[in-house]
Design a protein around this ligand. Structure first.
Ligand code: SF4
Length: 193
């Protein structure tokens, strides 16, 4: 997995580098967390999910437990179609997993004050972000994408983590859960490796 995480970081770094000149015009600043609040889906892939899980497991038990509880609450809110903040947004409006935040958070900024319409980006940034997302999905060849708390919950299924980390691919074992939670199967999006 470490080589895959390193390749994922390289995709992040390439995107960051190409976004720097565009983001110089952004209005975003410290403490602004509109992108993390009342959002639609915060989509991540399984590779990002596994790294977030490992990070959570490295934290003190009480913080880990609090994060798991926020994830469970987020799943419940979504089931009831309530708007919810990201489960990793702290009370002080900072990100609890900032160093390993997923691509979807790295590619966002806004050229105008955010409103109901959400952030306003350069077209080039949208296209660069989509390219990086596709590259990550191809890298995570045996994986899935979807909302952050649903992807993380996949790893609670007995045996899934070991099977996935060994490169195993069997969408039938997540079919019902995947359909119910709109998870995307990477292999079905990008064809053969
Ligand atoms: S992971 Fe962090 S940056 Fe991304 S939406 Fe959640 S709180 Fe915001």
């Amino acid at each position: 997995m470490e080589a895959l995480f390193e390749s994922m970081d390289q995709i992040y770094r390439d995107l960051d580098q190409r976004l720097v000149p565009l983001m110089s015009e952004a209005l975003c600043g410290p403490g602004c967390s509109l992108c993390c609040t009342g959002t639609g889906s915060i989509d991540i892939n399984t590779l990002e999910g596994l790294r977030i899980l490992r990070y959570m497991e490295s934290l003190p038990q009480n913080i880990h437990a609090r994060m798991r509880s926020s994830l469970a609450k987020d799943r419940k809110n979504r089931k009831q179609e309530r708007k919810a903040s990201c489960p990793f947004l702290r009370k002080n409006r900072t990100c609890a997993i900032y160093a390993i935040r997923p691509l979807v958070c790295r590619r966002l900024y806004s050229l105008e004050p955010c409103s109901e319409r959400g952030p306003v980006l350069h077209k080039e940034a949208v296209s660069l972000g989509a390219g990086a997302r596709d590259a990550l999905q191809r890298l995570d060849w045996n994986g899935y994408s979807g909302h952050i708390s649903y992807v993380l919950h996949l790893f609670d299924e007995p045996g899934f983590r070991t099977f996935y980390a060994s490169g195993g691919f069997d969408p039938s074992r997540v079919m019902d859960y995947g359909k119910a939670h709109k998870l995307v199967i990477h292999r079905s999006l990008h064809g053969k490796k």
